[in-house]
Design a protein. Structure first.
Lengths: 254, 470
């Protein structure tokens, strides 16, 4: 069995079926890209994997670490090592990014004890400093309220900062590239690239191929109308860039 | 009213020379209800000057005549006959730790309040011993000429100062509850800061209440002379188990030219208490008055800290939060009265309603003719956590001057599914996600508190959000 296995996932929202039987096998050490036209169900897949309550799972399972995580709360999934970089992160007034990161880090990696060692805080602060630098963010950025008044690009970088700080085993990146200029895209992609290794896997959801120039995927899947219509290596992404999605969707009769 | 006690004329002589509290000589018996006789007795036991006794009696008459206010929270549950208006500490019915409600005990425990202090806060057992700390502070203050006494002692030691200012900001006939307080007041603080003196640490009534001055009809008078500054803090986040179901305080602040006064309150009275407080400040030229007011406890609160800006360039900042949960109605707000040119006021009010609680913002901004160039900004944000809870806003704006800049903004928010999902996806439990949002919502308030208060307030709200209180 793969490290993260999606089996015949069917999902509806308000009675309308969006995902019509998705099966994917992902392993740590791999980066998978999911591409597809607007409305194909890409974001739905991301949100369902993380457990957004507005979706109704009609059928299927998602196995991670020996559990069908569809039965778990989002925080339990996070605790198992799953992470979602949101396409539209929400704003939380009065909560600084650094406080939030610490709270989340403690929730995920704390041993449940109230006692915190000064050493633990010191290490966390040092890592925060380094990761801000990696994302070309000023240290004062961590003192701003979570996503409040952030530009589109800042929000995306804040998501990646969370990814770097929280150290999940599997990350889903939901259109992290959209709304980023070329420089920001490069910074973000390189930061994710730096996580690659045998203990980290990623599912990169994107509409465009450009993030994949920086973040070379091992596998590319095409999602159209709630189904995976093609899977292949990085060459598939290049082909899509040249030909668009139409040739695939038409071939499938979608 | 015939004289019932012997020779009261001696009160007009020199009150500080006599000890009228001597229990051997006069017997006072605490009892329920209020009468002219009880008002006289209170004054008599305290050995007050005539003018204070007369003021109390006049106020008592006003209290009887004024109707109950009906424009705010429901006060119909108050039974004035069932309240003990004055009791010497020794008269208080002996209570034991067993009498203290379970939720209060639990809260003490979870807030990590030391054993001795718990008993004090719960109104049982001995005083909480912080006398050492208090004495060192007092010495420091004395050197600067700062007076920080209980109101009772203030009246004894500084009768002229008290007479000059007492009731000038909140007159005895201001409203029914100010009248009641004037008639039966006991305890509270008297603070005097001489010209140009900066008190660089907060004066905490918390220390003084240990000397059993925490009345439920306390009266506080703060006089801050020209160019001086002080920060006064009262109350604490730990729940206070009240002996009586009515807390009616009056606070008067006089901020002279160029002075800076901050008054911070956190109230967490037990849920059976009607908390009806009149707080008002006058600010002279270029003075700054800040009310920082947190309402967590009591069943019904009516409190609208006010600043009357009487001098050019005076400034008022009124920052408040209210948390209304099951069975609570927090009717709180602010009043800013612009009576001089170039005065400015900022009002920020944050309320949270949950589990059927109700919070109301009731505020008044008034600009008198001639107060040209005045500015006022009001922002009230309400957060409603469930379908059963309620929030209302009653903003009154009365402007009689054209050259002014007035802004009012109100928002009502609910916590969205997407916010909770986002936070849960980062590992927070659902209740933790709600708590984080609520704490963020009141952060503008919390950051104004001294560290230990901020920490306790946050912890208390965490407990409320976990549903482990009340």
């Amino acid at each position: 069995m793969a490290d993260l296995e999606i089996r015949n996932l069917r999902v509806a929202i308000e009675g309308k079926e969006i995902l019509k039987g998705i099966s994917l096998a992902l392993n740590k050490g791999e980066v998978h890209a999911i591409m597809g036209p607007n409305g194909s169900g890409k974001s739905t897949l991301a949100l369902v994997l993380m457990g957004h309550p507005k979706y109704e799972v009609l059928e299927g399972e998602v196995w991670f670490k020996g559990q069908n995580i569809l039965e778990l709360e989002p925080n339990e999934r996070a605790k198992l090592g799953l992470f979602l970089a949101f396409q539209y992160p929400v704003e939380i007034e009065g909560v600084t990014l650094s406080h939030f990161l610490w709270t989340a880090y403690r929730a995920l990696h704390g041993n449940g004890e109230a006692r915190i060692s000064p050493q633990e805080i010191k290490v966390f602060r040092q890592r925060l400093k380094e990761n801000l630098k990696k994302l070309h963010l000023d240290e004062s950025f961590a003192q701003r309220h979570l996503n409040l008044g952030f530009s589109g690009g800042e929000k995306k970088r804040a998501e990646i900062l969370q990814l770097l700080m929280l150290q999940p085993e599997f990350a889903i990146l939901d259109e992290t590239d959209s709304g980023l200029d070329i420089d920001s895209l490069k910074i973000v992609a390189e930061a994710v690239q730096s996580l690659r290794g045998p203990n980290f896997g990623a599912l990169v959801i994107t509409h465009y191929q450009r993030i994949l120039h920086h973040l070379k995927p091992d596998f590319v899947h095409v999602l159209a109308d709630g189904r995976i219509v093609a899977s292949g290596g990085p060459e598939l992404a290049e082909e899509l860039e040249k030909k668009g999605y139409r040739w695939l969707t038409e071939a499938q009769g979608v | 009213m015939p004289e019932k006690k012997p020779n009261r004329d001696i009160f007009t002589v020199d009150t500080s020379k006599y000890d009228f509290k001597d229990p051997e000589r006069y017997v006072y018996k605490a009892r329920k209800g209020l009468s002219r006789e009880i008002v006289e007795e209170i004054s008599y036991i305290k050995g007050e000057p005539d003018w204070m006794r007369e003021l109390r009696l006049k106020a008592y008459e006003v209290f009887l005549k004024k109707p109950m206010p009906t424009w705010g929270a429901d006060l119909s549950g108050i039974n004035f006959d069932d309240i003990i208006y004055y009791a010497r500490p020794t008269d208080l019915p002996a209570r034991t730790w067993d009498d203290v409600p379970e939720y209060i005990k639990k809260t003490f425990e979870r807030l990590g309040i030391p054993e001795a202090e718990r008993k004090f806060l719960a109104g049982v057992g001995a005083q909480y011993e912080s006398e050492v700390v208090y004495h060192s502070i007092r010495k420091d203050l004395e050197e600067k000429g700062v007076v920080f006494l209980s109101m009772d002692d203030g009246l004894k030691q500084y009768p002229d100062l008290v007479k000059e200012y007492f009731g000038t900001v909140v007159p005895y006939d201001d409203n029914k509850f100010a009248a009641l307080n004037t008639a039966v007041w006991s305890g509270g603080s008297f603070v005097y800061v001489p010209k140009g003196v900066h008190v660089d640490f907060p004066l905490q009534a918390y220390f003084r209440i240990n000397a059993q001055n925490m009345g439920q009809f306390e009266r506080t008078l703060i006089i801050v002379e020209e160019g001086a500054s002080v920060h006064y803090i009262e109350g604490c986040t730990a729940p206070v188990y009240a002996a009586q179901s009515l807390h009616t305080a009056v606070v008067e602040v006089i901020a002279k030219k160029g002075s800076h006064v901050r008054y911070t309150t956190i109230q967490n009275w037990s849920r059976d208490v009607y908390n009806l407080v009149t707080k008002r400040a006058v600010a002279y030229e270029d003075a700054v008055v800040e009310w920082v007011d947190g309402n967590l406890g009591s069943g019904v609160t009516m409190k609208y800290p006010a600043v009357y800006m009487l001098g050019k360039g005076a400034r008022a900042d009124i920052l408040s939060i209210a948390l209304a949960t099951k069975g609570q109605h927090q009717d709180a707000g602010a009043k800013a009265v612009h009576a001089a040119p170039y005065t400015s006021s900022t009002i920020v009010s944050k309320s949270i309603s949950k589990d059927g609680g109700r919070s109301s913002y009731r505020g008044l901004v008034r600009v008198y003719p001639g107060a040209v160039g005045s500015r006022s900004s009001v922002r009230c944000d309400a957060l409603i956590l469930d379908e059963h809870s309620r929030s209302d806003t009653y903003p009154y704006i009365e402007i009689e001057e054209e050259e002014v800049d007035i802004a009012h903004e109100a928002t009502v928010g609910r916590i969205g599914e997407d916010q909770i999902f986002y936070l849960m996806s980062r590992g927070l439990k659902e209740s933790e996600a709600y708590t984080l949002i609520v704490l963020g919502f009141i952060q503008a308030f919390t950051k104004e508190l001294p560290m230990e208060y901020a920490v306790e307030l946050n912890r208390l709200i965490e407990l409320e959000m976990e549903g482990s209180v009340g």
